[in-house]
Ligand binder design. Structure first.
Ligand code: SAM
Length: 180
């Protein structure tokens, strides 16, 4: 389990075409230990309902909220102790993730930004790190998962989820799910 406070900001959500991929971003964030998921772009309460339902069944792990003004939010961001978290923007134009992660300060928490259709240029400037998971275009879900795995040194999936009603036990064959 990693003790880095991780928040994920999803930019440019489009209610018409992005709900599935944005939900996957939220679920990866939850499964890999992020504490908050911030949605920018179109408002989409239905998407949050999905995450709330997963939290209720599999344990509480992620708070979601809508962020109307992501740039203003990023300009003013401080953590609960008044310190500024490190802002990391995932982009195929950035620096290589594996060699750059060791230099990223994590003690004040991390905001990980994943883009949508078009990422405003200011995001590149406001971010402390522009990080590439390979320099080819692929998927924000894959980029987030690989980045969080490397950031947490492979511990991202080792989370405990309080108040779970369902607990899955690893099984060689079939589904081993206990109702609590
Ligand atoms: N054309 C868009 C732009 O202006 O950057 C990129 C769209 S891409 C489908 C959506 C998001 O996936 C990006 O904003 C980025 O966060 C993430 N992404 C895609 N490929 C990536 C890569 N190789 N490394 C890091 N992030 C990547």
């Amino acid at each position: 389990m990693s003790n880095i406070d991780i928040e994920v900001l999803r930019l440019g959500h489009r209610r018409g075409r992005d709900p599935r991929i944005t939900t996957h971003l939220a679920l990866v964030s939850r499964a890999m230990g992020a504490s908050k998921f911030l949605l920018a772009g179109d408002e989409d309460d239905k998407l949050f309902e999905n995450v709330v339902s997963v939290n209720e069944r599999f344990g509480h792990g992620l708070d979601c909220r809508y962020e109307k003004r992501p740039l203003k939010f990023l300009r003013n961001i401080v953590n609960s102790e008044g310190n500024r978290p490190t802002i990391v923007h995932l982009t195929m134009y950035g620096e290589p993730f594996k060699s750059t992660i060791p230099s990223i300060p994590t003690e004040n928490g991390i905001i990980v930004i994943v883009g949508g259709a078009k990422v405003p240029g200011e995001i590149f400037k406001i971010s402390d790190y522009n990080i590439a998971v390979g320099n080819q275009p692929h998927s924000e879900v894959a980029a987030l998962a690989l980045f969080l795995d490397a950031l947490t040194d492979g511990e991202g999936f080792n989370q405990e989820f309080p108040n779970a009603k369902l607990v899955i036990h690893p099984s060689k064959s079939g589904k081993d799910v206990k109702e609590v």
